[in-house]
Design a protein around this ligand. Sequence first.
Ligand code: PLP
Length: 390
Amino acid sequence: MNTRQSGIRLAKRLDEVGFSGIVQVRNKVMAMRAEGLHVHSLHCGEPFFETPQEIKYAAVKALVENHTHYAPSSGLPPLRQALAAKLAVKNAIHVTEDEVIATVGGSQGLYAAFQSVIDPGDHVLVFSPYWTPIGDLVTLAQGRPLLVPTITARRNGIRKTLEQFSTPHTRAIYFNTPQNPSGLVFTRAEAEEVAAFAIERDLVVIADEAYEDLVYDGVHFSIAALPGMAERTITSFTFSKTYAMTGWRAGYTVAKEPFMTALRKIVLYSTNGVPTPVQYAMIQALSTPESEIAARREEYRRRRDLLVAALNDVGLECPPPAGAFYAFPNAEKINKNSRTAAQILLDKAHIATIPGSVFGAQGEGHLRFGYAIAIKEIEDCVDALRKFFA
Ligand SMILES: Cc1ncc(COP(=O)(O)O)c(C=O)c1O
């Protein structure tokens, strides 16, 4: 008998890597639309406004002026200088331009961070519910996510809970604030507890601050700004949410050595950098006045308040999320199983949401409603919800 395995097979490290449950919902919605049905799209995570004109013009100008050649794979020096200045002013993270690297969205920064830190068999503490791709990024790096229930951690003490879920193989903590899907914003005091634990156990923190500009209650705080944390934190940022640049694939990561050398290698050998015209658009985006960002935040707050009030009204209990652009109500009133609840809401009310279980076991019983859409669309969804529960 021939026991040789076929050569037409995948590398084993992909065995446990899944495809996002979010994509599955998106495909269902597309199929319903193809049938001519109107679907209320609350399953997405895309800003409601278009990329501002001046950012688009900066990319067009770069193209016309033939900035179409290779740029340094870590990013153009003026971009990295502008990023270092932004990090100092907005995040109290003081770095040189060599300690920041341009990435293809926040996603590439996170991919590179886990690849830089995780050895096979290492464990990563992940507050849960969590943004789904993180579990897969850890698995792709041949590590194992250890899910830490955020609610329990907040109730019983962050440090105590991290101690309880940690193992001798723990190497890193993934720290996302504001959080997707819950909208939770960790306080400075909570970040201090995470930092104290990381320092005590000699762990690396992989911080994800994709929604830093979307905090409605409280303030955004970067864990890398705490004493002793800059050298053990890799922080990923993105232009996707703040500037409505999801399709541009623009982000950046900040880290000290030895991590920066590893990030540079991974960016070099995966994409060899961010497309040059996109980097010019990033430079332009960084000059956006804070008042404009604040005005958009108020637009999001209106959407949040409208949706959250309606959810509570119909009995889907939902404390107002402090940040990001998602509401994460308890949906057990529809069905205890969140996949079934999402299916019922989609079939009967044509409202598309994401089942909470997609974001880890701690998300079960909940649905994620994305409210980064037009006010009118939220109002239509609210009407559909009220009819469904009438
Ligand atoms: C928590 C979180 N981190 C990172 C990202 C990465 O976004 P992008 O790759 O578009 O920059 C997202 C996008 O939805 C997110 O929700």
